[in-house]
Design a binder for this molecule. Structure first.
Ligand SMILES: C[C@@H](N)C(=O)N[C@H](C)C(=O)O
Ligand SMILES: [Zn+2]
Length: 227
């Protein structure tokens, strides 16, 4: 190999290393940035992160991490837009259509969340019952988890649920029973309809649902404003 070619090769390799983001808790190759995400979407359009409101215009957004009204007490996103992978949003569309027949709707607290935000959460509140372990990443980072609640379409008000969003308490448990019957009924209604369309609640948070098949979607670290 000629010398000039070798030097050029070393230079390109160094430049790539400098540009590559390093992560503290996980092998950095497991986290996809915008360039690798775009290549994936070209090969498989189902990997697209789509804006939920565009597919479900009636949906109510209460994106707490785009405000200071959250457990971090600071804005974690600079844009108040909710995204998720295309099949996740199509399933949510079906949930919404069925709820509508009962006079109910969906309010979203969070959806796709960049991996770096999960790291920030964990460093502030390292309790993996309530915040994903950054060594594994969150289903939110895969665009496959939704934090949500039910609303009454007529009043626009949230149904009475066991706790508020991100109440990191035992009462927030998806099977906690020491509650008024109406709160249990509302939580169970959400669970039943979400399960019907492929979403599973996690045991510690009644508002957090993972989409079946999340394993097929990589962990992403793309800021919401770059989508
Ligand atoms: C932080 C909370 N809203 C949440 O989403 N927790 C789960 C466990 C997660 O971080 O994936
Ligand atoms: Zn969640």
């Amino acid at each position: 190999m000629n010398h000039r070619y070798l030097i050029l090769l070393i230079f390109v390799a160094c430049a790539l290393r400098v540009n590559a983001q390093h992560y503290k808790y996980i092998d950095s190759t497991k986290i996809y940035g915008i360039a690798r995400y775009k290549l994936q979407v070209k090969a498989n359009p189902d990997k697209q992160l789509v804006e939920i409101k565009k597919y479900i215009p009636e949906i109510i957004l209460d994106l707490r991490y785009a405000t200071t009204n959250n457990f971090m007490h600071r804005r974690m996103y600079t844009r108040a837009k909710a995204y998720a992978r295309l099949p996740v949003v199509k399933a949510l569309q079906q949930v919404e259509a069925e709820l509508k027949m009962q006079g109910l709707g969906i309010k979203i607290y969070d959806a796709y969340r960049p991996y770096s935000v999960t790291v920030n959460f964990y460093e502030m509140a390292p309790d993996t019952n309530f915040v994903a372990d950054p060594r594994k990443g969150s289903k939110h980072n895969r665009g496959c988890a939704i934090d949500l609640s039910l609303i009454n379409i007529k009043t626009g008000k949230e149904l009475d649920m066991p706790t508020g969003f991100d109440s990191f308490s035992r009462k927030a448990g998806a099977n906690y029973m020491d509650l008024p019957p109406q709160q249990i009924a509302n939580r169970e209604l959400l669970k039943t309809i979400m399960a019907k369309y492929g979403f599973r609640v996690i045991s510690t948070e009644w508002w957090h649902y993972d989409f079946t098949g999340w394993e097929k979607y990589e962990l992403l670290d793309i800021p919401v404003q770059a989508l």
